[in-house]
Ligand binder design. Structure first.
Ligand code: GLU
Length: 441
């Protein structure tokens, strides 16, 4: 897309164009030095976007600004740089699966492309070359809302292949919408991990000034390269500024906001640690107990019974709806401590008679299910409903699918479901692990 008039004029007067290095003095006196980026349909018409040397983008209002051409950048220099392995740096494999995180802006066309090679990735986030020796592969390129359990299984096998080929850690770039499902699935599938598996995404695409893509990816690679974690984690922005990212356990994390960069939060558990950016360098700090990496080789145990449904309880829920949706099992996302309306009890009885696997999580998300407090909960337990303790509904859903593929009897399924496997449940829930939104003063 061409530049809007005001932006084009400022560039032309200085003889600068797309991809050139410029210095802009904004109306507020602040000076920004960076590469001129493409203007997008969704950028404000009076804003010039620059890519700073830190890898971040900044949008500068052109009104009242002056611009100086610092360096004309020849087209060949804009080509991606190679990520030639650096001696002594741990090997980190990046498996791209889609979403906005592993995409980059082509300075010539302005289009956002998925990264298709290590070279492209290196040029999108050049700082990575100081943190790890990278291997990059595209597993698939999909929006995460389109992913199915078979995709989780594919990712698990690709992760194994990378560890078998000697990776120290594996980063999976992923759309944010269903990352919590994939994180839970990988947590149940992957055993004897010899290193960290880090899922990472971005809330804002890399062509936007406020993008979290490069910082999240850098933090994820730092965790994969610099720790001996033996579990699946999610690394995402920890605050609305660019100060740090948080390391969440894969079975305790959830997307809690549609657009904020710190949308991902650990629920019912504290994050395992954080990645602080000090002088633009990631410093990884693990603060909570975690599983340590083993010797490997990784074992993938990804059998799933996909005939499990998830039903939200709400005033007005029809009993027939429950009956029509349930195949072999269901996760009821109940109200409060774990309830559904009494008028659905006949449907529950039918499920029990038919030997269906029925578990109860809570739509409160934080806190644990307790079905001993009210008569509704006690009645439901008599009808065979299994409390999901302090598991998140999505985690209970993935675990139910895994359990049903591994247990021969309903009793065994119940026993397996109530056995902690990947940090997804605890006997006691840490009441401190409750997100407190910032309150405006
Ligand atoms: N719905 C897309 C996805 O989850 C959004 C893009 C993103 O979050 O990366 O893949």
């Amino acid at each position: 897309m061409d530049y809007p008039e005001a932006v084009a004029r400022l560039l032309q007067e200085a003889g600068a164009g797309l991809g050139d290095e410029v210095e802009v003095r904004a109306a507020d006196g602040r000076v920004w030095k960076g590469l001129v980026m493409e203007h997008h349909a969704f950028s404000a018409p009076h804003v010039l976007t620059l890519k700073l040397s830190s890898g971040y983008n900044v949008g500068v209002a052109v009104e009242g600004a002056s611009l100086r051409l610092a360096r004309k950048v020849p087209a060949r220099e804009r080509a991606p740089k190679s990520t030639a392995a650096r001696d002594g740096l741990p090997v980190v494999s990046i498996l791209a699966t889609g979403g906005t995180i592993a995409s980059y802006v082509d300075y010539r066309t302005g289009a956002v492309h998925p990264v298709t090679s290590p070279e492209e990735l290196a040029s999108a986030v050049p700082e990575l070359a100081h943190t790890a020796s990278l291997r990059t592969r595209i597993v698939f390129s999909m929006f995460s809302e389109d992913l199915q359990p078979e995709h989780w299984q594919r990712i698990a096998r690709e992760v194994k292949a990378e560890f078998d080929a000697g990776a120290h850690g594996v980063v999976v770039t992923h759309g944010t919408d269903t990352m919590q499902f994939t994180a839970a699935a990988l947590s149940f599938f992957l055993h004897d991990l010899p290193g960290p598996v880090v899922l990472v995404g971005a809330q804002r695409s890399s062509d936007r000034p406020s993008s979290d893509a490069s910082m999240n990816l850098h933090a994820a690679v730092a965790v994969a390269a610099g720790t001996r974690l033996g579990e699946v984690v999610v690394v995402m922005h920890g605050d609305t500024s660019d100060a740090s990212c948080l390391i969440h356990r894969g079975t305790r994390v959830r997307k809690m906001h549609t657009s904020r960069r710190d949308a991902f939060q650990s629920l019912n558990a504290l994050p395992l640690g954080r990645v602080d950016f000090e002088a633009n360098r990631p410093v990884v700090r693990l603060t909570e107990p975690h599983r340590h990496a083993g010797k490997g080789p990784v074992r993938v145990d990804d059998a799933m019974n996909e005939r499990v449904a998830m039903i939200q309880s709400y005033p007005g829920l029809w009993p027939d709806h429950i009956e029509s949706v349930v195949l072999d099992g269901v996760v009821l996302v109940g109200t409060g401590l774990g309830h559904v309306a009494e008028r659905t009890f006949p449907a529950m009885e039918k499920l029990q008679r038919e030997g269906k696997f029925v578990v109860m999580a809570s739509q409160c998300l934080s806190g644990r299910v307790n079905m001993n407090v009210y008569s509704t909960g006690r009645d439901l337990q008599r009808l065979g409903v299994i409390p999901a303790e302090d598991m998140l509904p999505e985690v209970a859903y993935v675990k139910a699918m895994w359990v049903l593929a591994h247990a021969k009897t309903r009793d065994e399924a119940r026993r397996l479901f109530l056995t902690p496997m990947a940090g997804e449940m605890d006997e006691r829930t840490d009441v401190e692990a409750f997100p407190r939104p910032e309150v405006a003063q």
